[in-house]
Design a protein around this ligand. Structure first.
Ligand code: SAH
Length: 218
């Protein structure tokens, strides 16, 4: 691991520890740390922001969208409790960074992006960096990706006014859905919904977050 990555991991770990009173989590799964350490964040951002690629900060990716803060990526990934055999759905491909991290932890990643330029650019990156278990769809993620459902876990990286019903439907019993929900542009609650074997859903609020909006094109 190079110095910049090591420093980023340290900052993520410190923030996880500092926010444990909210999240109930004082350290991350070592597999999540390792997936972050092996994913070159600089490959997912534009040339003019390279000097900030390893900052623990969100960054612009154009089209009014952002690549999330690495601490939030780490926390949301950890909350999914991914197992190697899992099939995970992400809504909001953006740069492709979150999908790339997920792809190191499970068998298959499905990711949906509504802005075709971003989806296509992410696909180019997956190909270049040899992430071969990621499938990308340009479309309205509010509707999920029914063809490949059900999923062991679903992660939404844009803020929804409410939890999209299709995503709950496409979640396997025993699976978790991680999603920022709220109407305020600058504050949402990161929710973890857990579906039990009888299809009952329990919701827990984890921490306050700021995401760009999930746009429902329908
Ligand atoms: N996970 C991304 C960051 C996502 S930013 C990364 O690692 O870089 C949020 C993304 O969600 C944006 O690219 C935005 O275009 C996308 N988005 C918003 N509404 C959407 C929808 N209904 N369906 C699919 N993608 C959506």
């Amino acid at each position: 691991m190079d110095d910049k990555t090591q420093q980023l991991i340290r900052e993520i770990e410190q923030e996880v520890f500092a926010t444990s009173y909210l999240t109930g989590k004082d350290e991350l799964d070592p597999r999540v740390i390792s997936a972050i350490a092996k994913t070159p964040r600089d490959q997912f951002i534009a040339d003019d922001l390279q000097h900030r690629a390893f900052d623990n900060k969100p960054l612009s990716i154009g089209y009014g969208q952002t690549i999330s803060q690495p601490y939030i990526v780490a926390l949301m990934t950890d909350l999914l409790s991914i197992q190697p055999h899992h099939k995970i759905l992400e809504i909001g491909t953006g740069s492709g960074y979150q999908a790339a991290i997920l792809s190191r932890l499970c068998t298959k990643v499905y990711t949906v992006e509504r802005i075709s330029e971003l989806g296509k650019l992410a696909q180019t990156r997956f190909k270049k960096l040899h992430y071969e278990n990621i499938n990308t769809l340009i479309g309205n993620g509010y509707l999920g990706w029914p063809e490949h459902a059900p999923y062991d876990g679903i992660i939404v990286t844009a803020a929804a006014a409410q939890v999209p019903p299709a995503l709950i439907e496409q979640l396997k019993p025993g699976g978790q859905l991680i999603i920022p929900v709220g109407l305020d542009r600058y504050h949402q609650d990161l929710l973890k919904l857990q579906k039990d074997q009888h299809n009952n859903v329990q919701t827990r609020s984890i921490i306050g977050v700021i995401f760009v909006p999930l746009v429902d094109d329908a």
